[in-house]
Ligand binder design. Structure first.
Ligand SMILES: Nc1nc(=O)c2c([nH]1)NC[C@@H]1CN(c3ccc(C(=O)N[C@@H](CCC(=O)O)C(=O)O)cc3)C=[N+]21
Ligand SMILES: [Mg+2]
Length: 283
């Protein structure tokens, strides 16, 4: 049987079209979702992501408020801006693009965002809700995007041996929790895991969120498995490359996500979904 290449671009477009419709209906009740996007510094990759988020807002009909602050911005200045946005009625969601410059304390910033406007789902209050299985509020964007890719490809999570490689607060940990809430049997691996290859070989569903180009090779994956690649590694030649050796692994897999065009676009679609949800919760 030929491998299903999961088309994240197409699926994210479907979601954006669903949201566009929903936002049109909301406008009849005079509700316009608003997202504030804050970027500190000049990282070119961050600028690209932030622009993609603004474009998605425009397409769907979400009003975006953009703050591009210089690298030297102090923690206090950033906290003051967030305080103002927390109190601004037109702003339903606040996103502070990560990573932040070294001199700014990231956890202090994430704590200062009003949890009801925390569309990234990074505030400890919202992280806590996810960890106790309350999934009716904001969902973390990349992990929720992964679940949506799987569901819309008609793949069942329940009962599957799910292996997540990576334990970051942004991807590894929350995706493990979402898979668990969908009744997967979840193993979370990391740099200190012993016999990583052996554990990966047992995975019916493997999520690679390591941050190393082509780390997962064909001999590490099970025949007939589902392979989800969260890697966004920029190579010296400018090309984007995943954490899975796509060419090597694809014939062994039942389904696999490409990079680009897999998980990445879903992250933005799920962010948009959280913005619409935020507007509903606040109106
Ligand atoms: N507060 C915050 N929230 C985030 O959600 C967040 C963040 N900070 N910092 C950086 C990471 C990374 N991230 C991506 C979003 C979209 C693509 C994406 O659309 N990727 C395209 C390709 C884009 C390209 O060519 O570079 C794709 O995979 O097809 C990738 C990565 C969100 N992040
Ligand atoms: Mg991400």
């Amino acid at each position: 049987m030929s491998t299903l290449i999961i088309d994240g671009k197409k699926i994210s477009q479907d979601i954006k079209d669903e949201l566009k419709k929903e936002v049109e209906e909301l406008s009849q009740k005079n509700i316009i979702p608003g997202l504030a996007v804050i970027l500190v510094g000049n990282d070119p990759a961050s600028k690209v992501y932030v622009n993609n988020k603004k474009k998605a807002c425009e397409y769907i009909g979400i009003k975006s408020f953009s703050y591009e602050l210089p690298q030297e911005t102090t923690e206090e200045e950033l906290l003051n801006l967030i305080d103002v946005l927390n109190k601004t009625k037109e702003v339903n969601g606040i996103l502070v693009q990560l990573p932040l410059p070294e001199h700014i304390n990231e956890s202090k910033i994430l704590l200062s965002i009003d949890p009801i406007k925390d569309v990234d789902c990074f505030h400890p209050y919202n992280v806590g809700l996810i960890s106790i299985g309350k999934m009716d509020g904001f969902l973390p964007c990349t992990p929720a995007g992964i679940i949506e890719l799987i569901k819309r490809s008609n793949i069942e999570i329940e009962g599957k041996n799910c292996v997540v490689v990576g334990r970051s607060n942004i991807v590894g940990k929350p995706v493990s929790q979402l898979l668990l809430s969908h009744n997967g049997t979840v193993t979370t691996c990391h740099s200190r895991t012993k016999e990583l290859a052996k554990i990966c070989q047992e995975a019916d569903l493997l999520v690679a969120a390591i941050g190393r180009p082509q780390f997962i090779k064909a001999d590490m994956v099970k025949e007939g498995s589902i392979l989800i690649d969260v890697g966004v590694n920029r190579l010296d030649n400018g090309k984007l490359c995943g954490d899975i050796d796509f060419e090597g692994c694809k014939d062994k897999a039942l389904a696999i996500t490409p990079v680009p065009g897999g998980v990445g676009p879903m992250t933005i679609a799920m962010l948009m979904k959280n913005c619409v949800k935020a507007a509903l919760m606040q109106n």
